[in-house]
Design a binder for this molecule. Structure first.
Ligand code: NAD
Ligand code: IPM
Ligand code: MN
Length: 363
């Protein structure tokens, strides 16, 4: 049985490299005890690298990244609206390109209130905030279809097209049903906006109902996305697993991060569940230029994303030592979070490196 993994590391911009380094220290501390060898290689793709060299990410880079079992990414992107990075050159050119080309069609984003973490939601505890979002990751408004004509004239026209395919919706929905089946509550909510998006939403709704027939053991529900935002704040306990298209999934998972304590806690995995290309794991947060270089970013989201990398990649690639190591890291994080009680998770006063040491001590 294999007991090694090859991981490509893209630190990225801003706090990306800081939280990635913190997470890799945790990995170095945890892996030997699990007889896991992790071979790592750094890649420079980032806004910084683009500004210095003009290079974003090309076909050869993607071919190279395909050779790895998984990719671990910090965050890419500069100051929002930096004119040198106009047109989403970094977000589209690196992040979305990798998600699309590596066919990482599921973006898995847990929303869990960890022990001791303060939620802004009054009266809610870990019992109420414990769900997971399955965000479709290769379609919707993210396809980049559309354009602008008569630019900078009073007659300017722009459009941006939402794409939903039966195939894309079905594989994501099927993944969500399989996941719901493994959980205690076995409940799956579809989130969309079928009252307005009467074409794309209809495809999703009919696909959801058809797939549901194959999973009689999973209870189902449906919420419009606006109501979902309200429920996430007022009654988050209604959710167990949510399946949601790409754009709405992006929005509700930042809200999910906030109710679980802050951006510093939210982990994610861009999964190619079939294992035909590497999956990519990254915190939900961005490069946070406002706090970069100060050793104050919370690395828990990155550490947890690394734990998710080990567990998911370990399962997909049949490396039990990786699954074990990922479980140990996840458990260590939960031992550390009570130390944030009464503090703002994202501005706790603990340093990035200090938090990594706290997790290592808890291993
Ligand atoms: P952001 O997530 O970087 O920051 C939002 C707020 O959350 C900021 O106040 C920041 O200080 C705080 N924050 C984020 N992560 C934190 C952490 N680990 N610890 C403590 N506080 C944290 O979002 P933004 O400001 O909208 O985006 C900044 C850049 O990042 C943009 O270029 C954006 O496109 C990019 N971005 C990249 C990714 C990614 O690479 N996956 C994700 C989101 C945004
Ligand atoms: C995220 C980010 C990305 C997204 C951006 C940076 C392209 O916000 O991972 O949530 O919209 O998916
Ligand atoms: Mn986002």
């Amino acid at each position: 049985m294999a007991s090694s993994l090859k991981v490509a590391v893209i630190g990225g911009d801003g706090i990306g490299p800081e939280v990635v380094n913190a997470a890799l220290e945790v990995l170095d501390a945890a892996a030997p005890g699990c007889q896991l060898a992790v071979e790592r290689q750094d890649f420079p793709f980032s806004a910084t690298h683009f500004i210095e060299t003009g290079h974003v990410l090309d076909d050869a880079d993607i071919a190279e990244l395909r050779k790895f079992d998984a990719i671990f990414l910090g965050a890419v992107g500069g100051q929002p609206n930096d004119p040198r990075l106009a047109g989403g050159v970094i977000e589209k050119g690196i992040l979305l390109r990798l998600r699309f080309e590596l066919d990482q069609y599921v973006n898995l984003r847990p929303v869990t209130l960890y022990p001791g973490i303060d939620t802004p939601l009054k009266g809610k505890t870990s019992e109420h905030i414990d769900f997971i979002c399955v965000r479709e990751n290769t379609e919707d408004l993210y396809c980049g279809l559309g354009g602008i004509v008569r630019k900078d004239t009073p007659q300017e026209v722009s459009n941006q097209t939402m794409v939903a395919t039966r195939f894309g919706a079905e594989r994501c929905i099927r993944y969500a049903f399989e996941l719901a089946r493994t959980r205690k509550r076995k409940h799956l909510t579809l989130v969309h906006k079928t009252n307005v998006l009467t074409f794309a939403g209809d495809t999703w709704h009919r696909t959801f109902q058809a797939v549901a027939k194959e999973y009689p053991d999973v209870a189902t529900g449906y919420h419009h996305v606006d109501a979902c935002c309200m429920y996430m704040v007022a009654k988050p306990e209604v959710y167990d697993v949510i399946v949601v298209p790409n754009m709405f999934g992006d929005i509700i998972t930042d809200l999910g991060a906030a109710i679980a304590g802050g951006m510093g806690i939210a982990s994610s995995g861009n999964l190619n569940p079939d294992g035909v290309a590497p999956s990519m794991f990254e915190p939900v947060h961005g490069s946070a230029p406002d706090i970069a270089g100060q050793n104050i970013a919370n690395p828990i989201a990155a550490i947890d994303s690394l734990g998710l990398l080990l567990r998911e990649t370990g399962r997909i690639k049949h490396v039990p030592a990786a699954v074990k190591c990922g479980e140990q890291i996840g458990a260590a994080v939960k031992k550390v979070t009570p130390k944030f009680a009464g503090k703002n998770l994202d501005r706790s006063g603990y340093g990035t490196k200090e938090i990594a040491q706290m997790v290592i001590a808890a291993l």
